[in-house]
Write a protein that binds this ligand. Structure first.
Ligand code: PHE
Length: 363
């Protein structure tokens, strides 16, 4: 009896004195492990008389339970203390100033898209988006590219391997498939701009396999070419900050617009320096046109009731023109020095009232 009492005292003292998990485990092994003291006594039961064994066995079982309870309680205490210590050491003072070296900046692509969204937003356009991985229907067929049409080849498409059902997906070659998605999902009047990534298998001084476009789509019952002209002229005047900038439309071809046009803006190339303004020279800036009746039909819109215009523009191209960035490929090299030089302050959000291009980081 007294032997058990003494054992109980010693083991419980060791358990309660354990200040970390390994010490607690050591106390447990010493009492209840294979060669532990309590286990040792239990092994002795076999040598006792049945009466002795009954009394002694009950006492030992009670002791074992008591020790196990004590270990669990101590373990919970240690866990709580460890968590408290961790929380205390990880506290963060959110009032501390930002470290100067962590200052980030907005990529000129993001900035340019934000500026365009501010201008078109003021004209009542909202933003629509679609997937980068498209199917043939949205990227080509619904846009009036018949199967086998040579214009499909002009796009240098990246095709994905066909899926199990044999469906062939591709990386969208332009943002125009989102015109289709928008017309299928929304009722006119529609006024959206669609910024996003586009992909073509092409790489040289003026082409990268991934680039950005911004698309525009307007669908209503009385939309005409004059609306297209007024809208785009107003846009380039605001975007380039030249109030009287003149624009010129040249006939062009896109399967999904009729008539189709390319829009030029006034510029000067005198002395090898490109300047935007009415200097007598011209610079191509975007493709546009009136939405083709076949496209409206593919989207279940009656061409006798609805008309619309669409336009598409390369974001890198206009960013280069506006910010004097000479080489397209530098946009995607992630060179920190370039990003620091051409980046924009993240909190300087473009707006028509506070200024489109803000102060920039280095402007
Ligand atoms: N999707 C055309 C391209 O990538 C641009 C465009 C858009 C032209 C909308 C007309 C209307 O070249």
């Amino acid at each position: 009896m007294s032997e058990i009492d003494q054992l109980r005292g010693e083991v419980l003292a060791a358990v309660n004195a354990a200040t970390d998990v390994p010490a607690l485990e050591e106390a447990r092994v010493e009492a209840l492990g294979k060669k532990g003291r309590v286990t040792g006594l239990m092994k002795n039961l076999g040598t006792m008389s049945p009466d002795e064994r009954k009394v002694f066995g009950q006492l030992l079982n009670a002791l074992k339970t008591e020790i196990e309870t004590a270990i669990s309680a101590q373990r919970a205490k240690l866990d709580t203390a460890a968590l408290d210590a961790k929380l205390a050491s990880e506290t963060m003072d959110v009032t501390l100033p930002i470290r100067p070296e962590t200052k980030g900046s907005l990529h000129p692509i993001s900035q340019t898209i934000d500026e365009m969204a501010a201008i078109f937003g003021a004209m009542g356009f909202t933003i629509a988006e679609g997937p980068d991985v498209e199917d043939d229907f949205h990227n080509f067929t619904a846009l009036n590219f018949p199967p086998g049409h040579p214009a499909r080849e002009m796009h240098d498409t990246f095709f994905l391997p066909p899926d199990q059902e044999g469906n062939r997906y591709l990386l969208r070659t332009h943002t125009s498939p989102v015109q289709i998605r928008t017309m299928l999902n929304e009722k006119p009047p529609i006024r959206v701009i669609i910024p996003g990534r586009t992909y073509r298998c092409d790489y040289d001084m003026t082409h990268t396999p991934m680039f950005h476009q911004i698309e525009g789509l307007v669908i209503d019952t009385e939309t005409n070419m004059a609306h297209l002209k007024g809208c785009l002229q107003e846009f380039v005047r605001m975007f380039f900050g030249v109030d009287d900038l003149t624009v010129r439309f040249r006939p062009s071809f896109f399967p999904f617009t009729e008539p189709s046009a390319e829009m030029d803006i006034g510029c000067s190339r005198a002395g090898g320096e490109l300047k935007i303004g009415n200097y007598g020279d011209w610079l191509e800036i975007l493709g546009c046109g009136m939405v083709h009746p076949n496209v409206l039909k593919a989207c279940n819109l009656d061409p006798e009731v609805y008309q619309g215009f669409a336009f598409g523009m390369g974001v890198e191209r206009v960013a280069m023109l506006k910010y004097g960035i000479p080489d397209l490929r530098t946009f995607f090299e992630s060179d920190l020095r370039w990003l620091k030089h051409y980046g924009f302050a993240a909190l300087d959000v473009p707006s028509l009232t506070s200024g489109l291009s803000g102060g920039g980081l280095n402007r």
